[in-house]
Design a protein around this ligand. Structure first.
Ligand SMILES: [Zn+2]
Length: 132
C-alpha cells in the first residue's frame, strides 16, 4: 500500500507506531488542543508537536556516538579508547618523554623544538637529531 505524501497532511504518530494521517488544518487544531491540556508534555517546534516525555536528550554527533556506545555497554578507558564490556584495557602507556641525542623531550617541548628548528628529521637515517 502506498500513499501520496502531501504537505497538506500531517501524521499523528502513536506510541505503538501507528500513523494517523489527517489534514493539516485539523492537525493544527489538535496541536492547540494538546498544548491546552493541563500538565501536558507537548511542545510545538518548527510546526511539529513533540512529546517532551519521549525525548532522551539533544546531542552533538560526537556525544551521540559516545551515548550509543555506553548504551551498548562499551566503556572508555583513561587513554580515551573504547573497549567492549568484556574487554580489559591493554592500551600501551603514553610515551611521556623521549630522548634525542641525549636530550630529553616531552611531547609539548618537542613540538616547540620542531617549530624552532632545534630538532630536525634525518629521512635518510630515519631518525630525529638535535640541530647544533
Ligand atoms: Zn584502553
Amino acid at each position: 500500500m502506498s500513499r501520496e505524501l502531501t504537505n497538506l497532511q500531517m501524521c499523528i504518530l502513536m506510541r505503538n507506531g501507528m500513523q494517523i494521517w489527517i489534514d493539516k488544518e485539523k492537525a493544527l487544531k489538535l496541536q492547540d488542543i494538546l498544548q491546552g491540556i493541563d500538565n501536558n508534555k507537548f511542545i510545538r517546534y518548527e510546526n511539529i508537536t513533540i512529546n517532551t516525555a519521549d525525548i532522551t536528550g539533544i546531542f552533538t554527533p560526537l556525544d551521540l556516538d559516545d551515548f550509543i556506545k555506553i548504551k551498548r555497554g562499551n566503556w572508555k578507558c583513561k587513554r580515551g579508547n573504547w573497549h567492549t564490556k568484556e574487554q580489559d584495557c591493554d592500551c600501551p602507556e603514553d610515551i611521556k618523554t623521549f630522548i634525542i641525542d641525549g636530550k630529553e623531550f616531552t611531547k609539548d617541548n618537542f613540538n616547540l623544538a620542531v617549530r624552532n628548528k632545534e630538532v630536525d628529521y634525518d629521512s635518510k637515517n630515519d631518525k630525529w637529531f638535535v640541530c647544533k
